[in-house]
Ligand binder design. Structure first.
Ligand SMILES: *[C@@H]1O[C@H](CO)[C@@H](O)[C@H](O)[C@H]1NC(C)=O
Ligand SMILES: *[C@@H]1O[C@H](CO)[C@@H](O)[C@H](O)[C@H]1NC(C)=O
Ligand SMILES: *[C@@H]1O[C@H](CO)[C@@H](O)[C@H](O)[C@H]1NC(C)=O
Ligand SMILES: *[C@@H]1O[C@H](CO)[C@@H](O)[C@H](O)[C@H]1NC(C)=O
Ligand SMILES: *[C@@H]1O[C@H](CO)[C@@H](O)[C@H](O)[C@H]1NC(C)=O
Length: 499
């Protein structure tokens, strides 16, 4: 991926994003020293990021992080050798292990292209051209080789998430070797799966994919918080959203469809055109997010939990996939979901007309107006659908399941490897101390909030078996069917209006 595309990509996402970490004033000399040390550490920690430090920034080296031994600065250079027990806990309390949510079945689908061939070292190496980093796990320790920069700290946060998985399930994450791409659009459009007789595609992990492309989807960084735009770690945010939902009941909410964001791509620009004017009311209220202003004000105005004030909320992709889907679905509002092109690891579990209302890609304004009119006429049904969407997020996408998904996916992937993973010559070890000890400000706050306290007391949920071919087709055609049905209602509605 070229540098220009990269910067285009990050700038369209965050406009003039800058990360500011403000601290109360401290003696000047100390600030300066701490700044230098901090900057050094920061660059090491986040060497694969594009964090831009603007206003007066102080990063102090703190030695007290509960659960981490940060007493030596050396942890920023070398990982402690003995801090990580890697034996499986045999004393786990195991009631009958609960079955994982249905969407875990997609793990088998994502790995199907290699079910017969297995995954060779050459196949993994083949992903090097587009990968952002390579992850190798040997004996419960993680090693990475970084190839390119990703915007903000997405690579570093992803590493942090992997370290939490190792902490939660010691001795259970198998040895493995994989390539990871961190951009929002699949970069290698030729990575199709053409059936069991065609050459196997490259096995590459990503945060999102497109139907038909052979990518392995993995939970995205935002589950561990996104300091760049002040999005809290998922475990904290989920609680906030639950509380936020209690503030205004569905019936008391504004009877319109709400969307707030950065109109930086065609589908989003289309939504902006549906905003209410003196002459036309499509039942839509949209607000442009001013990143520059938000940055200066610490993203107070984009507090997600306080955005659950409308009966309907719109989800629309930009140029690429967006992490916002889960935040929108978690609001108890009915999600009006503009037909997406991308999927992530959980979104394939969503069912139209059960968890959300499907919106057509073309003629979005008409489609939205119809949906809102329908919902305000069928309040009970609309409210129930909104609740079902929220419950899916609260229950099936809780943080424990995110880790279980990672564990099962990596376990199934590792089973396909035809070689024994070894530590690459140029890889560096990553560990909690190396990342956590030198961090400061919001980065550190979120790291501490999202840190797994210790090994899990219970085992992971049980992964469901693959879909039977017929049941998968059934699910897909039922989805398509209900979407078509809505389009039909919509057409009838508009035909009758035009009489
Ligand atoms: C932290 O690490 C240092 C250096 O390895 C060691 O001397 C010290 O005992 C450790 N402290 C704790 C609380 O484990
Ligand atoms: C790091 O550790 C080595 C030995 O383990 C020691 O010689 C060196 O002085 C330490 N460096 C710092 C900056 O603490
Ligand atoms: C949409 O309309 C509302 C109400 O008039 C207004 O407050 C808001 O700024 C408009 N949004 C945009 C992006 O123009
Ligand atoms: C490791 O890095 C060195 C120096 O950049 C390079 O010459 C060498 O080819 C690399 N090895 C591998 C296996 O990529
Ligand atoms: C699709 O919808 C039609 C009409 O509602 C129905 O007759 C048909 O059985 C549905 N097909 C599936 C696979 O659900």
């Amino acid at each position: 991926m070229s540098e220009s595309r990269m910067s285009q990509w990050s700038s369209r996402f965050y406009g003039h994003f800058t990360e500011t970490i403000r601290r109360p004033s401290t003696p000047l000399l100390f600030i300066f020293f701490a700044f230098l040390v901090g900057l050094f550490l920061f660059t090491r920690l986040l060497d694969s990021t594009q964090i831009i430090l603007t206003t007066t920034t102080t990063i102090t080296v703190t030695n007290h992080i509960p659960g981490l031994n940060c007493t030596t600065l050396n942890t920023t250079i070398t990982c402690p050798t003995n801090n990580y027990p890697n034996s499986k806990r045999e004393d786990l309390y195991r009631p009958t292990p609960a079955a994982c949510p249905e969407y875990f079945r997609w793990i088998h689908e994502d790995l199907r292209p290699w079910a017969h061939t297995g995954i060779t070292r050459e196949m993994v190496d083949g992903g090097r051209a587009t990968a952002f980093f390579r992850l190798v796990i040997v004996d419960g320790k993680a090693y990475v080789e970084t190839y390119r920069n990703a915007f903000q700290s997405t690579v570093a946060i992803t590493h942090w998430g992997i370290l939490q998985l190792l902490r939660k399930y010691p001795g259970q994450v198998p040895d493995l070797d994989l390539m990871f791409e961190c951009n929002d659009r699949p970069a290698n459009p030729s990575n199709y799966y053409n059936g069991p007789h065609a050459p196997a595609p490259l096995p590459i992990f990503r945060f999102c994919s497109v139907d038909g492309l052979a990518y392995i989807v993995f939970p995205d960084w935002s589950f561990w918080g996104w300091p760049g735009i002040n999005i809290k770690p998922w475990n904290t945010l989920l609680e906030d959203l639950k509380e936020g939902n209690k503030k205004i009941g569905w019936m008391e909410r504004e009877p319109h469809a709400y969307w707030k964001g950065n109109p930086n791509a065609k589908p989003k620009e289309d939504i902006m055109k549906c905003n209410v004017t003196e002459h036309q009311d499509w039942n839509v209220r949209v607000y442009a997010l001013d990143w520059h202003k938000e940055t200066q004000e610490g993203y107070k105005n984009s507090d997600l939990a306080s955005q659950c004030r409308h009966r309907f909320k719109i989800y629309v992709e930009g140029i690429g996939w967006s992490v916002s889907e889960k935040y929108i679905l978690a609001c108890d509002s009915l999600t009006l979901l503009v037909k997406p092109r991308y999927h992530d690891f959980f979104s394939r579990g969503l069912v139209p007309m059960h968890h959300y209302w499907p919106i057509k890609e073309d003629d979005k304004c008409k489609s939205l107006k119809f949906a809102v009119d329908w919902g305000n006429r069928n309040k009970q049904k609309a409210q129930a659908m909104g609740k079902a969407g929220s419950e899916f997020i609260q229950r099936d996408l809780k943080m424990d399941y995110v880790y279980d998904y990672m564990l099962h996916l990596l376990t199934e992937y590792a089973k396909l490897l035809t070689f024994k993973p070894t530590i690459p010559e140029n890889a560096t070890a990553i560990c909690l101390e190396k990342m956590g000890c030198p961090a400061d400000g919001l980065v550190k706050k979120f790291m501490m909030e999202s840190m797994v306290k210790g090994p899990a007391d219970t085992g992971p949920c049980t992964i469901p078996p693959p879909f039977a071919a017929s049941s998968l087709n059934d699910i897909l055609s039922r989805k398509e069917n209900s979407t078509k049905e809505v389009e039909l209602w919509e057409k009838k509605y508009w035909d009758s209006q035009n009489l």
